[in-house]
Ligand binder design. Structure first.
Ligand SMILES: *Cc1c(COP(=O)(O)O)cnc(C)c1O
Length: 360
């Protein structure tokens, strides 16, 4: 068996101990004589798995009592519609456009009401986060929406917008559990888990209870109502049971690491290995305004598309895979989520140093 250093933006690297544990439990989950994949979601054994997962997530993030945790399906993209269907009571919402995912969410919301773009960084290819301290928030806005970590462009909101009292809705797909968060500052946060937590197919939404109501837009399908999932403990229908089980193992792994303070400290140290190199390199450079840099997704370029392509190819041959930038931006991108060990980044930088010497 040989494992590579996987810099994929998602689905992405998971902790090796989690994969090993899942492998060991594959045929017989703790004496049940079956795999979690084969188990009724109405069984006692499965109820214990999902309850433990929720409890551990609440502990990790310090989720207040008045927030619900929902395990949903449909990817983060499904939330682009579910958010307005459930929250757009006045049919007005304000969006901050910091990349493709925010833009898609904004476009989807336009199907349901007036979705205003109140700030954007499109003018500079989304290489920065706009100043959101005094946005023209609509008086009757139902919420203000951001994509907190921009997976494709490698920017991160290090200061949350001033929403002027409106609930903040945040897509945290690619920074989920990478650092401590103050959940009480959000009306809702959600993320697809395939970036930093588990296998594709699960979305976790954390929503303040007063925002979960029967009062949804007319025609909202039952399956797309937060209230249905909240009232049924995320088991209105068959949940993505195996995926939730793996998420639960990752929550336990994070608790064993010491929690999110420790993860953040590790992630800062890990990202600095790559950013410090990029800042001193004569060949490679980062593409993002320094103060807005993501700890999770690090885009960089050489300035030559041909050299970029050669780098990606040679890196892959050396065991550093999925470094090609998003198809819409080119260049390279190293996604260095929680489960990427610092050694992976140190070795990548050593490889980049060699490549630089050979190609100067
Ligand atoms: C990957 C990603 C999405 C889309 O996720 P799907 O699960 O494929 O729908 C949305 N937002 C962000 C920030 C992402 O990184």
């Amino acid at each position: 068996m040989s494992r590579v250093y996987n810099f994929s933006a998602g689905p992405a690297v998971l902790p090796e101990v989690v994969l090993k544990e899942a492998a060991a439990e594959m045929l017989d989950y703790r004496g049940t004589g079956m795999s979690v994949m084969e188990m009724s979601h109405r069984s006692k054994a499965y109820q214990a798995i999902i309850d433990q997962a929720e409890e551990d997530l609440r502990k990790l993030m310090g989720i207040p009592e008045n927030y619900k945790v929902l395990f949903l399906q449909g990817g983060a993209s499904q939330q682009f519609a579910m958010v307005p269907m459930n929250l757009m009571k006045n049919r007005v919402a304000d969006y901050v456009i910091t990349g493709q995912w925010a833009k898609k969410a904004w476009q989807e919301a336009q199907l349901y009401g007036q979705a205003n773009a109140v700030a954007s960084s499109a003018d500079k290819t989304f290489s920065y986060i706009p100043d959101c301290s005094d946005l023209p928030i609509s008086d009757n806005a139902d919420y203000v929406y951001i994509c907190e970590n921009n997976t494709i462009y490698g920017t991160k909101f290090w200061t949350l917008p001033n929403t002027k009292g409106k609930p903040l809705v945040s897509d945290v797909s690619s920074c989920f559990l990478s650092e401590p968060v103050d959940v009480s500052r959000y009306g809702m946060l959600y993320g697809g888990v395939q970036k930093n937590i588990g296998p594709a197919g699960v979305v976790i939404a954390i929503i303040r209870e007063d925002l979960i109501t029967e009062d949804v837009l007319p025609g909202t399908p039952t399956m797309l109502r937060y209230k249905i999932h909240a009232d049924n403990g995320s088991m209105y229908n068959t949940p993505p049971a195996y995926g939730i089980y793996i998420c639960g193992k990752v929550f336990q792994w994070l608790l064993n690491q010491g929690g999110l303070e420790v993860m953040k400290e590790y992630n800062v140290r890990k990202a600095a290995v790559l950013y410090d190199f990029l800042d001193s390199s004569t060949l490679f450079h980062g593409t993002v305004v320094k103060k807005d840099r993501s700890l999770m997704n690090v885009p960089f370029v050489t300035g030559s598309a041909e050299l970029d392509a050669r780098f990606v190819k040679e890196a892959e041959a050396a065991g550093f895979v999925n470094l090609k930038g998003h198809r819409t931006v080119g260049g390279m991108r190293a996604s260095i989520y929680n489960a990427m060990p610092i050694e992976g980044v140190q070795k990548l930088v050593a490889f980049m140093e060699r490549f630089e010497k050979e190609n100067r």
